[in-house]
Write a protein that binds this ligand. Structure first.
Ligand code: GLP
Length: 241
């Protein structure tokens, strides 16, 4: 595990973009695992800038997003699908046919999740999986108690996660369930980059680094991955330096 502490969010986002850019230069049809949330806003801004500066070409890149709220689709502004199109897909030349997101409005979540796992396999697996971390140590929506062997599935959101994300649901009830890649799915990526910025992540980062792999803090399972890079800003790293 490599831990890199950057001066600020901008530096952290730019470093992560550099790693992604190098991967795409090495392999034009790289498969990127993408995340959502406030942590990803500066990253996608930076990737969009690099694309506009013609330093990166996404035309052959395939993407797979980690999760989606159960019951939402891209027509709703609170959905992760909408966030992704607005933050990255509409601003770069990622091709529609190469974009993969879980369908939160599926009538058959088991089939949706199994199909997703097969799509990832058919794509040759994920080259770089970008992750944020929830304040309770979740990755994607793998909440405390999630098994290291979990695959893409329907998950129940904890009250902490609902509290943390309620701010995005001003005019509608926040879903209590989501479809999420599992921990085993995430760990099968060739490389994993965990991003955490801001003082509100300093406690969970300290716990993550000090704890042995435990399902109580699902992010700790990432420590068993042989190519994990943790990128922090100084605020998220304040309790470990
Ligand atoms: C949500 C997402 C995660 C994300 C986490 C942190 O739960 N499912 O993928 O990492 O929130 O979000 P933020 O970056 O807004 O703190």
């Amino acid at each position: 595990m490599e831990i890199i502490i950057c001066e600020d969010v901008t530096a952290g986002a730019s470093l992560c973009s550099e790693i992604i850019m190098k991967q795409i230069k090495k392999k034009k049809n790289s498969v990127l695992g993408l995340a959502t949330g406030a942590t990803m806003v500066p990253l996608y801004k930076n990737l969009t800038k690099i694309y506009k500066d013609k330093k990166i070409n996404f035309s052959k890149v395939k993407t797979f997003n980690l999760d989606e709220y159960f019951g939402l689709d891209g027509s709703e502004k609170e959905s992760f699908r909408k966030f992704m199109y607005d933050s990255l897909f509409k601003k770069t030349n990622i091709k529609e046919q190469n974009i993969n997101l879980l369908n939160g409005k599926t009538s058959n979540w088991k089939k949706e999740c199994n199909d997703y796992e097969h799509k990832i396999k058919r794509a040759g697996g994920i080259d770089i999986q970008i992750l944020g971390i929830g304040t309770n140590g979740h990755i994607a929506f793998n909440e405390p108690g999630s098994s290291i062997n979990s695959k893409t599935r329907l998950v129940k959101l904890t009250s902490q996660t609902i509290r943390d994300n309620k701010k995005y649901f001003k005019n509608k009830k926040m879903p209590e369930y989501a479809l999420s890649m599992g921990i085993k799915t995430i760990l099968s990526s060739k490389k994993v980059i965990l991003l955490a910025f801001g003082e509100n992540k300093s406690k969970i980062i300290k716990k993550f680094l000090e704890s042995k792999p435990t399902k109580n803090i699902p992010a700790t399972f990432l420590k068993s991955h042989d190519d994990l890079t943790v990128i922090l800003d100084k605020k998220a790293a304040k309790l470990i330096t």
